[in-house]
Design a protein around this ligand. Structure first.
Ligand code: HEM
Length: 329
């Protein structure tokens, strides 16, 4: 099946691709520069400039009865098929799987059929490293090499001093052990979403994918001993041995007044908030990478009953990913 985002990226002029989302109206000018700078930093390769290394899988999603009470979305009405890409962060497709400095990514498409297709693009941290497209562009630009080809440490320091919230995600990752399994770590959607049920009641939530078999962390010693590409083999082994290979989808409940447009911030007491289990996503088979690479995972593709925030950072992800696929294919 040719995915519709591939069609957007490949066959429409860029202005039209932007026109597919209201997003573009808010901050269209930063999107091409952000993607261009990401691509420059990762060497203009034919690979994603973020989450460059990864593997495609297929699976299923089984919703809970509670999910139906919160959202009328077709993804919570019945069992759906799933296409998922698990990745290692950054723009280096040869990065060691045990690298501690980059995040792990989890992109997935839940497809109940018809108009219900829904996509999430999550990472293994509850917060993002920037709060706006403008801050993202600056964050990337100060990391470009200077005229002498060397990193500009003074520029990075000045930016970091002026934008201390941009260190939060890195500090979170540094506080955790090296990830020992793609299905052994929590992933978060980060942005707040609004669920709407059949009666029209709305509930603000954040999404978290909690590993069925618990977290798997490696000591630095254990990490050093791991082969460069151990994550695929580890997950293949779990599937073959019928060990836990999936996640509970958890809704962290929001309340009136919660921040919706600063992805660098946790909500007040977020870790202790009430949660509702929305379903279980199981990874069942390895899939050829083409299936994931020939399309984008677009977090703004959400079925009825699910909506993302009115946050330029969230809205810019669709046009950014659409530009990126056009450059990397
Ligand atoms: C909370 C915010 C964000 C998170 C959690 C996030 C996470 C991710 C992940 C996990 C991937 C790998 C996707 C895959 O496996 O196919 C990715 C790719 C990418 N991200 Fe983001 N991202 C965020 C915001 C943004 C923003 C605001 C931009 C640019 C405006 C951006 C630009 C990109 C690009 C260009 C790619 C490569 C896409 C492709 O070639 O298919 N991201 N991101």
């Amino acid at each position: 099946m040719v995915h519709r985002h591939l069609l957007v990226a490949a066959s429409l002029p860029m202005a039209l691709a932007f026109a597919t989302t209201p997003a573009a109206a808010q901050a269209p000018e930063t999107t091409p520069s952000i993607v261009e700078t990401m691509r420059t930093l990762s060497g203009k390769q034919k690979a994603r400039p973020s989450g460059a290394k990864g593997q495609c899988f297929t699976g299923s999603f089984v919703p809970t009865a509670e999910a139906k009470n919160l959202s009328k979305s077709p993804v919570f009405a019945k069992t759906s098929t799933v296409v998922a890409r698990l990745s290692v962060g950054g723009g280096n497709p040869k990065v060691m799987d045990a690298n501690k400095a980059v995040n792990r990514g989890f992109s997935f498409r839940i497809d109940p059929g018809g108009a219900g297709q829904t996509e999430f693009v999550m990472v293994n941290a509850p917060i993002n490293f920037v709060k706006s497209p403008e801050q993202m562009l600056e964050f990337l630009k100060v990391r470009l090499p200077g005229a002498d080809g060397k990193p500009q440490a003074d520029k990075i320091k000045a930016f970091t001093d002026a934008n201390p919230e941009t260190t939060g995600q890195g500090r979170y990752l540094a506080s955790k052990p090296v990830v020992g399994s793609w299905v052994g770590v929590n992933y978060w959607g980060i942005h707040p979403y609004t669920l709407t049920n059949a009666a029209g009641a709305k509930q603000l939530v954040k999404f978290k994918m909690a590993p069925l078999g618990g977290e798997v962390g490696l000591t630095d010693e254990e990490a050093k001993a791991k082969p460069a590409d151990f994550l695929v083999d580890e997950l293949k082994g779990r599937i073959e041995k019928k060990q836990p290979a999936g996640f509970d989808m958890i809704a962290i409940m929001g309340k009136a007044g919660d921040e919706k447009t600063n992805a660098t911030q946790l909500w007040d007491g977020e870790d202790a908030r009430p949660t509702v289990k929305l379903g279980t996503l199981t990874i069942t088979a390895l899939e050829k990478n083409e299936t994931c690479d020939n399309a984008i995972f677009d977090p703004t593709t959400l079925a009825d009953g699910l909506a993302g925030p009115d946050d330029p950072l969230f809205i810019q992800r669709q046009p950014a990913y659409a530009i990126s696929i056009g450059e990397r294919l």
